[in-house]
Design a protein. Structure first.
Length: 311
């Protein structure tokens, strides 16, 4: 199959990787292999461990393996990365760089059969890999309140109640079978003015379904903790996120691990974080894609890049 995915903020990500030594690196979200290929071509890599839960990643891995023999793929959730690495034939205790690109791959969005796109006719699926649920089951069997909660919590959709109500009304007539059907119900559930905004009115609801079905936020929280433990001294954790829920988790994790203080109330003194300080934040503010990249690849427009270093 064709590899349609363009790695976002590639130049910026590569700028943080050390060039003065041979390194062990984890690409925790291999996808189409865009980051991994560029890293293997431009840096002195001892071992590159690629992880991706999506079965199609094997196709792009096999292509890359023809040119590089120092890469190994684990087709599994990144929340299991410590277990996967312990079971390798050649065990490596610590890694110099770990990279996460938390966006959904163009190879997933552009394939209608995967059900990720609200603009292509496909089945209500949205599974990344080993999930017990799919979107059809959620949309056609969850009660109205549960649907509204999912859309609000995981999509920050302010019209979540209207959308959930209309989904339930429509499915009493017949099952909601495909992505375009669902997209049209959502579109009719929001005020007309929303249909003329930059993003499609179904964007947040589809995002919420995908995150819920694949348990993405919990997966990220677990993976961040494990990644920090796997980093060598001065090792780098490089993370590209694409929506506010993920970015908030990354930001809070970096703040917590760097010992940053905050006030729970302006009337109370600052309280230090509990636990040792283990990370130094490198990017005081997240880096954003340049205008020319957004022009060439509109899907990059919401990307935020954060980097922290193990101390």
């Amino acid at each position: 199959m064709n590899n349609n995915h363009v790695p976002v903020m590639l130049k910026e990500v590569l700028s943080f990787i050390p060039k003065d030594k041979k390194i062990n690196l984890i690409d925790a979200t291999f996808g189409g292999g865009g980051y991994s290929r560029a890293i293997l071509k431009n840096f002195n890599i001892k071992n590159l461990i690629a992880i991706d839960r999506d079965p199609i990643s094997k196709i792009f891995y096999e292509e890359l393996k023809k040119d590089f023999d120092n890469i190994e793929l684990f087709n599994q959730k990144f929340s299991k990365l410590d277990e996967l690495l312990k079971n390798r034939e050649h065990f490596i205790e610590k890694y110099d760089v770990i990279i996460f690109d938390l966006g959904i791959s163009s190879n997933q969005i552009d394939n209608p059969e995967r059900g990720f796109s609200f603009q292509k006719d496909g089945p209500l699926d949205m599974k990344m890999g080993s999930s017990n649920l799919n979107a059809f089951e959620v949309i056609n069997s969850f009660d109205e309140k549960k649907l509204a909660d999912i859309f609000y919590e995981f999509g920050e959709e302010k019209y979540s109640r209207r959308i959930a109500k209309n989904i339930v009304i429509n499915r009493t007539k017949k099952s909601i079978e495909n992505t375009l059907e669902l997209s049209e119900i959502i579109k009719k559930s929001v005020p007309i003015k929303q249909n003329f905004k930059k993003s499609h009115p179904a964007t947040k609801t589809f995002q919420a379904l995908r995150i819920f079905i694949n348990d993405e936020l919990n997966e990220l929280k677990i993976a961040l903790e494990k990644s920090e433990n796997l980093l060598s001294k001065n090792g780098l954790l490089i993370i590209v996120s694409f929506q506010s829920l993920e970015d908030r988790i990354v930001k809070d994790f970096f703040n917590h691990k760097s010992g940053k203080r905050w006030r729970s109330s302006r009337h109370l003194p600052d309280l230090a974080d509990l636990g040792p300080t283990t990370l130094k934040i490198i990017t005081k503010k997240p880096l954003r894609p340049k205008d020319f990249e957004i022009h060439d690849n509109p899907r990059s427009r919401s990307a935020k890049l954060r980097v922290a270093q193990k101390i």
